[in-house]
Design a binder for this molecule. Structure first.
Ligand code: ZN
Length: 245
């Protein structure tokens, strides 16, 4: 486990077919888990909770940034082990209740891959157990952990990022990634609304950038400081490309 900022931990022991992050946020009432990795990681996440000197019953809430297998894979098992409340965006509830509705985008390659993707979802490492969240939220809602919900659609319709204005960090989910130290937009193959995903990055930078120092993503290394400048840099690149298109 790695502490990114005081109280925010990256459970880097998570094992997966794709490198993905699960975060623990320690706050007054216990610990909140943000995303759950691929299937089979519940025990690893709970081992992380124990490393903080806490028990599974101290996990009060699980927040899901979006309904992809690498973020919801261990959700049901973790819910069973902890009894925690599960929280997501109102629009994303559909993907938690019907994981099979998540499909590659309607691009030529995406359409070609759809049947393969459907078969893959039958294998245990890709199979997500459906679950109905306990609470859903919309843009700008404030959560007891200190987070403000930022609706960042595009990669999925109900994708959210979590901003902690007081501690000045952003848990971006897959709204952006930092693979290879380079900030980027979510992959078009799994982003049904690419244009909206770019608008979401613009929103993070322009509406909330002033309050962001640290950024952590679902994929790629954390950005310990200077998050606002990095976001602005990405916005310039994305919209310069759009202007030329
Ligand atoms: Zn992901």
């Amino acid at each position: 486990m790695k502490e990114i900022v005081p109280g925010l931990w990256d459970v880097d022991e998570v094992k997966s077919f794709v490198s993905v992050h699960v975060y623990l946020w320690r706050w007054a009432e216990g610990v909140t888990v943000i995303d759950t990795g691929t299937p089979g990681n519940a025990e690893i996440i709970l081992a992380g909770v124990r490393k903080l000197g806490l028990h599974p019953s101290d996990v009060k809430r699980i927040i899901i940034t979006h309904g992809d297998v690498d973020h919801t894979g261990s959700l049901k098992a973790l819910k069973r082990a902890t009894g925690a409340q599960v929280i997501c965006h109102t629009v994303e509830m559909e993907l938690l209740e019907h994981p099979g509705r998540r499909k590659p985008a309607r691009t030529p390659l995406g359409l070609l891959l759809r049947p393969i993707f459907a078969v893959m979802m039958l294998f245990p490492q890709f199979r997500v157990e459906p679950l109905t969240p306990d609470r859903t939220h919309v843009d700008s809602d404030k959560l007891p952990e200190g987070f403000t919900i930022v609706h960042t659609p595009g990669h999925t319709p109900g994708h959210i990022s979590l901003l902690h204005p007081e501690k000045r960090f952003l848990i971006a989910g897959d709204a952006i990634h930092n693979r290879g130290g380079k900030l980027g937009a979510p992959p078009p193959l799994f982003t049904p609304d690419v244009e909206n995903s770019h608008r979401s990055i613009w929103k993070l930078a322009k509406k909330y950038g002033d309050g962001i120092d640290t950024i952590v993503c679902g994929h790629g290394d954390p950005i310990p400081s200077g998050g606002q400048a990095r976001l602005n840099g990405l916005v310039e690149t994305l919209f310069e490309a759009e202007a030329k298109a």
